[in-house]
Design a protein. Structure first.
Length: 332
């Protein structure tokens, strides 16, 4: 009787657990679908930095047209001439520029910075040409690599870095003990993975066409920041830390990175938030190192170093806690 009663009690309890697990998985799936599809579905310019060059009256006319055509889409800054506009694009202060030249308007773009913004401004060039009745020249100041003109391969290379960095950090947290050994494992993995990945993406796939010696350290730092962050969270907080890391890096960081378009093409304020997470900062750092000789790298570099520092602190905390537990056990 007691055994039968135990089995009857076990049934409903098991059923409740199954329902809870199924419900939790359904919620997780819903969150994943929203996180990965919603930003792309709502992709549109939001205060994209743009430069307008030319005489004050002509520049004001162009700025007014852009503001009326697409309200809130562009954050315009006026400069005196075309040279300053080019410099703004190469310094990553702007994604595109309109030169209001009396001889004929000119649109400057940078497909290496964002193929999506370049496509949008190609359309704007056609609109300006139609309104002005003058031919509009479109020049790509910093084109994307010939083998990856739309930046698809560049964008696709980010997710493997995120996944392998996460997996590396989780394995280090679960399988490696001791602060020194964890640091050695994380550093060795980041260096080897970074050098090899950069060689493939740069030399074989052709998604990067800058200086390999500038690109490789950026990839090493991306992998290291991801790895040490997950290792630190897992070592200090256990499975809860690993779950928090996966949610932060994969479910939030990856879709909000803006790597396939631009951070300013995502709904506000998610694009800005994505740049504070490792995937978004990593994509921006690699773009700066690979295409713009390091211009605009200070912000993403600071973000990645901050995440790496957080991971190191968590590893130190986990190690100090483990040593304290050993001393208590020895005393006991």
């Amino acid at each position: 009787m007691g055994g039968a009663g135990g089995r009857r009690g076990h049934g409903p309890s098991g059923l409740r657990l199954a329902v809870v697990i199924a419900s939790a998985l359904a919620v997780v799936q819903l969150v994943v679908v929203i996180a990965f599809s919603w930003p792309n579905a709502r992709s549109a310019p939001h205060d994209v930095p743009v430069v307008i060059a030319g005489r004050s009256q002509a520049a004001a006319t162009v700025a007014d047209h852009m503001a009326k055509a697409k309200p809130g889409a562009f954050d315009t800054t006026t400069v005196r001439g075309e040279d300053e506009a080019r410099e703004a694009l190469l310094d990553r202060d702007a994604y595109a520029a309109v030169v209001a030249d009396p001889a004929g308007p000119k649109v400057l773009v940078s497909s290496a910075a964002s193929a999506a913004v370049t496509a949008a401004f190609t359309q704007i060039a056609a609109e300006i040409e139609e309104r002005s009745g003058k031919p509009v020249t479109v020049e790509d100041v910093r084109p994307a690599p010939e083998k990856d003109p739309r930046g698809a391969a560049f964008a696709s290379s980010l997710l493997p870095l995120v996944l392998t960095g996460m997996i590396g950090g989780i394995l280090i947290a679960l399988k490696v003990t001791g602060l020194r050994d964890r640091l050695v494992a994380a550093t060795a993995f980041a260096v080897v993975a970074g050098l090899c990945t950069t060689a493939v993406v740069h030399g074989w796939i052709g998604a990067l066409d800058g200086d390999y010696l500038a690109e490789a350290p950026a990839v090493v730092l991306i992998v290291f920041a991801l790895t040490v962050t997950l290792a630190g969270l897992g070592s200090a907080l256990g499975h809860r830390g690993i779950g928090l890391g996966v949610i932060t890096v994969l479910l939030l960081g990856n879709p909000l990175s803006g790597v396939s378009t631009a951070p300013e093409m995502l709904p506000e304020p998610w694009g800005a938030l994505g740049q504070l997470l490792p995937p978004g900062a990593g994509a921006s750092l690699l773009r700066s190192a690979g295409f713009f000789d390091g211009a605009g790298a200070a912000g993403p570099l600071t973000v990645l170093l901050t995440w790496a520092a957080l991971g190191l602190v968590l590893l130190w905390v986990a190690n100090a806690r483990a040593r304290g537990a050993k001393r208590l056990t020895a005393v006991g």
